[in-house]
Design a protein around this ligand. Sequence first.
Ligand code: GLU
Length: 482
Amino acid sequence: MSDVRVRFAPSPTGFVHIGSLRTALYNYLFAKKNNGTCVLRIEDTDQARFVEGAIENLIDTMEWPGISFDESIDNPGDYGPYKQSKRLDIYKKYVQQLMDEDKAYPCFATSEELEKMREEQIAAGQDPKYDGRYRDYPKDKAEQRMKTDQYVVRLKVPQTGETIVNDIVRGEVVFQNEVLDDQVILKSDGFPTYHLANVVDDHLMKITHVIRGEEWLPSTPKHVLLYQFFRWDLPQFAHLPLLLNEDRSKLSKRQGDVAVEDYRSKGFLPQALVNFVALIGWSPGDGTDQEIFSMEELIEAFSLERVNKAGAVFDISKLEWMNGYYIRTLDEGQLVEFLQPFLEDAGIDTSDKEKTAKICLAVQKRIEKATDVKTAAKIFINDVLEIDEKEALDILKEETARAVLETFLEKVNTLGHLDSDAFKPVMKEIQKEKGIKGPFLWKPVRVALTGAESGPDLPLVIDVFGKEKVCSFVQQALEKYV
Ligand code: GLU
């Protein structure tokens, strides 16, 4: 193991945002690539946001695409516990140290008072900001009041000068201290805020690289100040570009799914999602246009230097394409295992294993996600032939269509059994006897069996249908549409 230690530090809120999956993935890839350690730390200091079962769901959702952690809440290594709500005494100690060194101070302002301050600032055309009213409150008075009154502890941010964040992705980012708030680091309920707990833990857990979403960049100067106040070495920072909707607004639920669980339940394969998510905000460079990467290949190719600065558009059609690609790489066993629950959800009886496998193979090339089986497998459950497409109807109106279908029916009727092997010789015989070939021969049969001009391979369809259904559909085509 190298010294490289990274962490994925989610605040579990019930579902896993696709952006969190990317953050976890990049941390994982970076750790693996550098033979380092990837830590899962649960940041649950905001008790108001606690959701029952969220941690279990989070771990399960990460395991699904193969993201694992070397150290986690059940397996904390040397620096646990890895759940912040179990570390409150540690944070209090560090808050006390900052207060003792006059780098933090208690603030007794009530929420009403702060609300009034904000309103006045806004009315005066200023950006709302804590005005430092308790910054220089006499120490002895403060100590007295801390025994009886509610208070928070704030960081004493320097009022002049600048704080520089060196970021692997964004380069040097300079923040003017005068615009930074005196950040609350300990809340009145005795819980630390994200900022304090995050920095203390990253230090104590020996994190070398902080890889997280760009939404945390504005917080980072406050973190840098904390490191300086504690006289601790800084980790390296890498802020990942925002995920955007097609219209370049911030990726939001309103414009599509944002939860990993939604993609899972819609029938995306974990390997497709990982491949896709890896490429939003990162590219392998080296002049290749390779788009398909296994997890091993991603580990091999990954580097933080090749993470983009600019926001990254979440292109759902590309994800669907990629998922279709991965579906086509599945062998029969994997395909059936993957599609079976979706067939059942679509009301298709899967008790006949052999038939289920045939349906899966027949739709394999036709779907981009597993929920597409609902439409793709419709022909396998309908007993009535329905043709709505004009192009398909036109094919049956061709002069030769009747001859093809009638001869087909006659020949199949004389067979004891029809499967894909018996099907091809039948077609050959019709071609020979009637002198009809190419699309004039094949298309009427396709339309009669599937109701459409294009669809699954006919031999696969025939294997699922069997003789009786094939004859019934050709008969219906002759009666209703020819
Ligand atoms: N708890 C923060 C979150 O929910 C962690 C941000 C960070 O990685 O520092 O995303």
